[in-house]
Ligand binder design. Structure first.
Ligand code: VG1
Ligand code: CO
Length: 542
């Protein structure tokens, strides 16, 4: 087996976004495209040579091809050992866990998360560092800079590894170990939650749940944990087999894309609990009987009730949320007397806070919740946390949420997405908003008065790094808030996100969109949405 050096030249646009490099499959399939990016990671991270790496993905189209390429490149780079998930499968939180458990120097996750898959869908690659966290901005920027000057990459000429067979294979001087994707993760979950009490609940005969794996990576994890270990009856999991094209659907666990699950939870004989996870297993959707738990509420509720769960009984060091996420958790933290942090969008900003022992739980409005047990958000972890609470508190999902609102007040919250916007138009709209920032404070819109407006920037309190351009926030005197930002994960033009939040202490039963309608109107008027985009209605409302 020989190492070949292949000449190449840079591709434009290999800057990782909110969560890794995401592009259409056809872009990744261009000769040298994937190799250039991977070589740029290896070249800029000198600690990887001679170390252990973790490798896996969500099973989407191009996953297996890419894994074989990466293995041959790792062998050419002198990586000592690679832990790769059987059939190339590893959920994002499982990768983070394996990196930490086996003290790997890092890992590669092949996924475009909730973006559609298949040959005309999306592919993605993300590099995580030795703490199991998505690479911080200074690392992704160094990788990007290298992609812009790369001239060659190295690859071992070798036959394909059989990814279906557990065990070890030598590739050049690299040991490749094909591991069971689920077992370490499942054991870890058992150490955090009270499996006995959850088992009792699931076997009691008066509690039913349904988990939608969305034809994506969590199917095998959910089966092993919910059915095999916790005794949920067969059939608890729907869409449980990972498919390369996710059955042609968006593996995005929200009310729009998890329509079948939502319908089941609305039926007369609805189960008591419904949950779903996304393409790579890091997001979660939580439903009760005919009841939706908004992700911001979920984070606040887990924070308020963490002492009920074995893994968090000793208390929380603090909590963090991304800036656009509802501020519901802040009030809980204040009452608990623990610090809370507001970070830019994307899980990579939580890593330092967790490593420094400043926060235990973190969350985002985009159906992401997690803790310092790994350094990624974790879909099944959130589901198990809720199951543990349901079992201990002996209340329904709805009762738990309503009790929480009663005690802490309620944040009405929604996100409106405008997808497939022509990039220049989206940028022009954003630029105009940026220019308007100094003119907004003091202006009134109906009965609301703008108190403060800025483009969010974040000074990391642990390493002092500065992240700018986090999104424009408009704060009103009555506590309402509008946030505007451009997505960093899309592959088709630009996606505009408008986040709306209004805190109320009364009027719980009112419909969220109805309650927020005046604020929604202001958000559109204030940003001149229609004149820039030629439209006002969003594509997706979550
Ligand atoms: C979106 C979400 C963000 C999340 C990111 C990755 O990013 O808004 O909260 O961290 O996706 O999640 P953006 O830049 O498109 O708004 V995942 O499950 O796609 O890795
Ligand atoms: Co995801």
């Amino acid at each position: 087996m020989t190492v070949q050096t292949i000449s190449t030249s840079p591709f434009a646009g290999q800057r990782p976004g909110t969560s890794g490099l995401r592009k259409k499959v056809s872009i990744f399939e261009q000769p040298h495209y994937l190799e250039n990016f991977v070589q740029s990671v290896l070249d800029t991270q000198p600690n990887l040579a001679g170390s252990v790496l973790v490798l896996g993905g969500d099973g989407r189209y191009y996953n297996s091809t890419a894994i074989q390429t990466l293995l041959r490149m790792f062998a050419a780079h002198g990586i000592r050992r690679v832990l790769v998930g059987q059939n190339g499968i590893l959920s994002t939180p499982a990768v983070s866990h394996l990196i930490r458990k086996y003290r790997a120097a890092g890992g590669f996750i092949l996924s475009a998360s909730h973006n559609p898959g298949g040959s005309d869908g999306d592919f993605g690659i993300k590099f995580n560092t030795a703490n199991g966290s998505p690479a911080p901005e200074k690392v992704t920027e160094a990788i990007y800079a290298q992609t812009q000057i790369i001239q060659s990459y190295r690859v071992l000429i070798a036959p394909e590894i059989d990814l279906g067979r557990l065990g070890e294979t030598v590739l050049g001087e690299t040991m490749v170990t094909v591991v069971d994707p689920v077992s370490d993760y499942a054991i870890y979950m058992e150490s955090l939650f009270d499996f006995d009490v959850i088992r009792k609940l699931l076997r009691s005969g008066n509690f039913r749940m349904c988990f939608d794996a969305m034809n994506a990576v969590t199917g095998p994890y959910a089966r092993a944990i919910l059915e095999d270990r916790l005794g949920a009856p067969a059939g608890t999991i729907i869409r449980g087999i990972p498919l390369p094209d996710f059955g042609g659907e968006h593996p995005d666990p929200n009310l729009v894309h998890a329509a079948e699950l939502v319908a089941r939870l609305k039926a007369d004989d609805a189960p008591d609990f419904g949950a779903a996870s996304d393409g790579d297993g890091d997001r979660n959707l939580i439903l009760g009987k005919n009841f939706f738990v908004s992700p911001g509420d979920s984070l606040a509720i887990l924070t308020a009730n963490a002492h009920e769960v074995p893994g968090y009984r000793k208390g929380l060091a603090g909590v963090a949320r991304s800036m656009p996420t509802s501020r519901a958790v802040d009030r809980v933290a204040t009452i608990l007397g623990i610090p809370y942090y507001e970070t830019p969008t994307g899980w990579k900003f939580f890593g330092n806070l967790m490593d420094a022992g400043r926060v235990t739980l973190c969350g985002e409005e985009s159906f992401g919740t997690g803790s310092d047990h790994v350094r990624e958000k974790d879909g099944l972890w959130a589901v198990l946390f809720w199951l543990n609470l349901l079992a201990v508190k002996k209340q329904s999902v709805e009762e738990i949420v309503r009790d929480h609102w009663e005690k802490f007040g309620r944040d009405f919250y929604t996100r409106h997405d405008y997808e497939g916007i022509e990039s220049n138009a989206a940028q022009a709209w954003m630029n105009a908003l940026q220019e308007a920032i100094p003119t907004l404070p003091g202006r009134s819109f109906g009965s609301r008065h703008v108190m403060h407006c800025d483009d969010f920037s974040y000074l990391d309190p642990v390493d002092g790094s500065l992240s700018t351009g986090g999104g424009i926030r408009v704060l009103f005197e009555n506590g309402d808030r509008i946030v505007y930002r451009l997505s960093g994960t899309g592959t088709n033009g630009a996606t505009i996100r408008i986040y709306l939040e209004s805190r109320r202490f009364k009027g719980y039963s009112v419909d969220v969109q109805e309650t927020l309608a005046p604020l929604i109107g202001i958000a559109r008027e204030l940003s001149n949405l229609e004149s820039y985009l030629g439209r006002v209605e969003p594509d997706v409302v979550t």
